[in-house]
Design a protein around this ligand. Structure first.
Ligand SMILES: NC(=O)c1ccc[n+]([C@@H]2O[C@H](COP(=O)([O-])OP(=O)(O)OC[C@H]3O[C@@H](n4cnc5c(N)ncnc54)[C@H](O)[C@@H]3O)[C@@H](O)[C@H]2O)c1
Ligand SMILES: [Zn+2]
Ligand SMILES: [Zn+2]
Length: 360
C-alpha cells in the first residue's frame, strides 16, 4: 500500500482538494505508475460538476505520463522503469467489437480491479478509470502505453486524452482527406488538436470557430486558415461564405453544446460529416427536422477518444512529435503544482488556458 497525495472531488460542484489517498500494489494484470505529468482536461471539471455520473468521491486526472514502478505477476507488456502514457482504452480483445476487428470501439475496456481509497477505506472512483492527479496511480497494464522516453512527460501526457481526442476526431472519426475543407467549433485543447489533425491529414481549408478572440488567435498558430468569431457573426453563414457557398466537408463539434452541434450540422456541405467530440450534459437535447438529416446525406458521428487505438497511435504520434511535426509543447499554457487544480479549472472556465499541466 502506498500513501500518496491525490486530487479528490468529494461532492457535486464542491471545490476539489488535495488529500492523502491509499494506492494498493498491483495485482494480476495491473501496473503501478509514478505519475510525472497530468493535464487538466474539461472532462475532469465535468466529473466535479456531477455531469458524468454520481459516483463521488472521484480521484481526478486522466491525461498523464509517467514511469512504471511495479507490475502484477503476469504482466509482460510493460516493466518497471518504462516510460508510459496512460490511456482509457485498454482493449479487451474478446468483446463483440474487438472480435469483429474494431478494437477502438471495445465495449469492455480494462481498468484496475484493486481499488484506490481514502484513508478511512472509502473507495475512490478514478476519472476515466485512471485518476492521475496523484503521485502514483494504479491502472490495468493495458492502460499504460510504452513510448520513446526521450519525449517530455509534460507534452507526452497530453496524448492521453484531449489532444488524442482532437487529433483522432479529424484524422480517424472524421477521416479528413487531402484537399478537404474542415470547420472546428471550439478552440480549446481538443478543438486545436482537431485543427492540427486536419492539417496533418492534408485539409486545404481549416476554419476555426470560437467565441473568444484569444482562442481564435491561437487556432491560427496551430494552422487554421480562417477564423470565425461566433459571438459576432452567424457561424453557419460565415462557413458557407468561406467555402464557395457550400459548407465544409467535415465539421467538428468540440464544445459539447446543443446550439453548437446544430451549427455544425448546418455548416456541412451535402454528404458532409459531422463529428461530435464535445461531451454533452445528460439533460441536453437537439431537435432536427428529419428531412434535413435525410436530405443532406453524409454522416453524423460521435467520437470517443478520437477512435484511437493507443498501442497503435501513441508511439507513432510521439515519433511525429520528436520529428517536429506535431507541436505538442504548444498546447501547454502553464505547468502547475498538484494543489493548483481548482485554480486551473477557474482559468479554464475564464478561457485563459489551453492546457494547465500538473507536474509532479
Ligand atoms: N470525446 C472525447 O473523447 C473527449 C475527450 C476529451 C475532452 N472532450 C470534451 O471536449 C470538449 C472540449 O474540451 P477542451 O478541454 O478543449 O475544453 P475547453 O474549455 O478548453 O475549450 C472549449 C472551447 O469552446 C469555446 N466555446 C464555448 N462556447 C462556444 C460556442 N457557443 N461556440 C464556439 N465556441 C465555444 C470556448 O471559448 C473554448 O475555447 C469538452 O466538452 C470535453 O469534455 C471529449
Ligand atoms: Zn473489446
Ligand atoms: Zn479528458
Amino acid at each position: 500500500m502506498h500513501e500518496v497525495r491525490g486530487v479528490v472531488a468529494r461532492a457535486k460542484g464542491e471545490p476539489v482538494r488535495t488529500e492523502t489517498i491509499l494506492v494498493p500494489d498491483p495485482g494480476p494484470g495491473e501496473a503501478l505508475v509514478q505519475v510525472q505529468a497530468c493535464g487538466v482536461c474539461h472532462t475532469d471539471l465535468h466529473y466535479r460538476e456531477g455531469a458524468i455520473n454520481d459516483d463521488f468521491p472521484f480521484l481526478l486526472g486522466h491525461e498523464a505520463a509517467g514511469i512504471v514502478e511495479a507490475v502484477g505477476p503476469d504482466v509482460t507488456s510493460v516493466a518497471p522503469g518504462d516510460f508510459v502514457i496512460l490511456n482509457w482504452r485498454a482493449v479487451c480483445g474478446e468483446c463483440r467489437s474487438c472480435r469483429r476487428g474494431k478494437p477502438w470501439y471495445c465495449f469492455s475496456t480494462h481498468n484496475a480491479t484493486r481499488k484506490m481509497t481514502l484513508p478511512d477505506g472509502t473507495e475512490l472512483s478514478p476519472a476515466l478509470g485512471i485518476g492521475a492527479f496523484a503521485d502514483k496511480t494504479l491502472v490495468a497494464a493495458g492502460q499504460a502505453t510504452k513510448v520513446d522516453p526521450e519525449a517530455s512527460p509534460t507534452a507526452a501526457g497530453l496524448l492521453g486524452c484531449g489532444v488524442m481526442a482532437g487529433l483522432g476526431a479529424a484524422m480517424l472519426t472524421g477521416n479528413v482527406q487531402r484537399g478537404d475543407s474542415v470547420a472546428v467549433f471550439g478552440c480549446g485543447g481538443v478543438g486545436d488538436a482537431a485543427i492540427v489533425g486536419a492539417v496533418l491529414a492534408g485539409a486545404a481549408k481549416v476554419i476555426a470557430v470560437d467565441l473568444d478572440p484569444r482562442k481564435l488567435a491561437i487556432a491560427s498558430q496551430f494552422g487554421a486558415t480562417d477564423t470565425v468569431n461566433a459571438s459576432e457573426t452567424d457561424a453557419v453563414e460565415a462557413i458557407r461564405a468561406l467555402t464557395d457557398g457550400n459548407g465544409a466537408d467535415v465539421c467538428i463539434e468540440a464544445v459539447g453544446r446543443p446550439e453548437v452541434m446544430q451549427q455544425a450540422f448546418y455548416a456541412r456541405d451535402l454528404a458532409g460529416t459531422l463529428v461530435q467530440v464535445g461531451v454533452p450534459d445528460p439533460n441536453m437535447k437537439i431537435e432536427l427536422p428529419m428531412i434535413e438529416f435525410f436530405g443532406r446525406g453524409g454522416a453524423l458521428k460521435p467520437s470517443w477518444y478520437g477512435d484511437c487505438l493507443p498501442s497503435r497511435d501513441f508511439p507513432m504520434l510521439i515519433d511525429l512529435y520528436r520529428q517536429g511535426r506535431l507541436p505538442l509543447d504548444d498546447f501547454v499554457s502553464e505547468t502547475i503544482a498538484l494543489d493548483a487544480v481548482e485554480e486551473a479549472f477557474e482559468k479554464m472556465e475564464r478561457g485563459e488556458v489551453l492546457r494547465s499541466v500538473v507536474v509532479l
